[in-house]
Every structure is written in C-alpha cells, then in structure tokens.
Design a binder for this molecule. Structure first.
Ligand code: ADP
Length: 208
C-alpha cells in the first residue's frame, strides 16, 4: 500500500489533497481528528487527562471540555508536554492500526494529514523511509486562504506559531509540493498519486 504523510502549515492544502485521494478510494487519516477521538469519553486518554488536569474538565454531558483544557496548558510548556505524553502515543498507535487494517484489506493507497510534523516525529508516527510530502505555501498566501475559509487572523497566528519552520519541513520532507497555483493543480497531483498507487498495486497482485 502506498502511504503518504502530508504535512505543511495551516491552510497549505493538506486536506484538499487528502480529500481528493479519499474520494478516489484512499484511506484518509487526519491526526487532528484522531486527537479529538483520543479524548472521547471512556478512552484511557480521557481518564488520564482528567486525572492530570482536573476532574472539572469533564462537562455535564461527560465530554471533555477542550476549551478549558487548552486554557490550562496554554503558555505552560511542562503542562503541554504532559498532555502530549498522554495523547500522542495513543494517536500514533491508532494511526498504525488503521493503516494496517487498510493494508490487510488490499487498499492501494493511504494518506495521513500531519499538522505538526515535529510532534509526529518525536512520537514515531512517521516510519523511517516513509514518503513525506511537504505542501508548501508562503505564510501570506496561507493567511489569505485561511481567512477565506473563515479562520480569524488571530486564530491563524496563534496556531501558526506552534508549527515547525519552513526550513525544518524542507529538511525532513522527501517531496516538496508547491501549492501556490490553482487548486486544480493540487487535485491533479492527488489523482496522479492515486493512479500510480493503483498501477503499482495491480503489478504487485500480478506477481503474487
Ligand atoms: P490545510 O488542510 O493544510 O489546513 P486546506 O486544504 O483546508 O488546508 O486548504 C485551506 C483553504 O485553502 C481551503 O479553503 C482550500 O479550499 C483552499 N486552497 C487549497 N489549495 C488552494 C489553491 N491551490 N488555490 C486556492 N485555494 C486553495
């Protein structure tokens, strides 16, 4: 199974590319989405977070109040690290599990959206030698696109500040994919990836 890890800043186009692959039949995993699942009521991470950061984080409906949790760890690097130590191993394990299920089912292609590459690498979420694509767009253009989809400039700036730098992403990527042109080009790239993955999978099946 061809597995791509897609990284890049906020509003670089990761989801646009990943959704096109999903539409064609690829498995799409969004690590942000898994981080929400990690804290669902009943999960070990939910219990551990309440034990560490306060039982009052559990709202009346039993769900974790993520806004309150964010306030508690905001600006406190040690607290943020403790939260990551609870959440990220679960997210990594779940991601590996989903990938092996798709592989076992004969899925030709999977795509993982990685919003924070430094955290993903620190917790071994990207296997050595994996295909790691950096969707690269200058900050100004990302800001414009983020505002265009309804994100406030303040929210963009706060989240962008947590992201690894352009130099870091370039150094770790196996492919740099500029996305300054029309979104059709990004979609065409995703379609080419899908076609190649299907061709490779049928060659492999022919050999088997
Ligand atoms: P990310 O997942 O990296 O945050 P998205 O795929 O959600 O980014 O893209 C952010 C916004 O930019 C979306 O509204 C998307 O439609 C738009 N977008 C993505 N690529 C392009 C492009 N090449 N040209 C114009 N708009 C784009």
């Amino acid at each position: 199974m061809r597995t791509l890890f897609l990284t890049g800043g906020i509003a670089s186009g990761k989801s646009t590319a990943a959704r096109e692959l999903e539409r064609l039949g690829a498995l799409r995993i969004d690590l942000d989405q898994l981080s929400r699942e990690a804290l669902e009521p009943g999960s070990p991470a939910h219990h551990a977070v309440c034990a560490e950061f306060g039982a009052d984080l559990r709202g009346q409906d039993g769900r974790l109040r993520r806004d309150l949790l964010a306030q508690r760890v905001f600006g406190d690097p040690a607290a943020l690290q403790r939260l990551e130590q609870i959440e990220l191993p679960w997210i990594g394990a779940r991601c590996r599990e989903l990938l092996s299920e798709a592989q076992a089912q004969g899925c030709p292609c999977a795509v993982v959206e990685v919003p924070l590459l430094d955290r993903a690498l620190a917790y071994d979420m990207v296997p050595a030698g994996a295909e790691l694509v950096y969707v690269r767009v200058p900050r100004e253009l990302r800001l414009e696109r983020a505002v265009g989809r309804g994100t406030s400039a303040e929210d963009f700036a706060a989240r962008d500040a947590r992201q690894p730098s352009d130099a870091y992403l370039c150094a770790h990527a196996t492919t740099i994919l500029p996305n300054e042109g029309a979104s059709d080009e990004l979609v065409a790239w995703a379609r080419a990836v899908w076609d190649e993955a299907c061709a490779a999978a049928s060659t492999e099946a022919g050999r088997g």
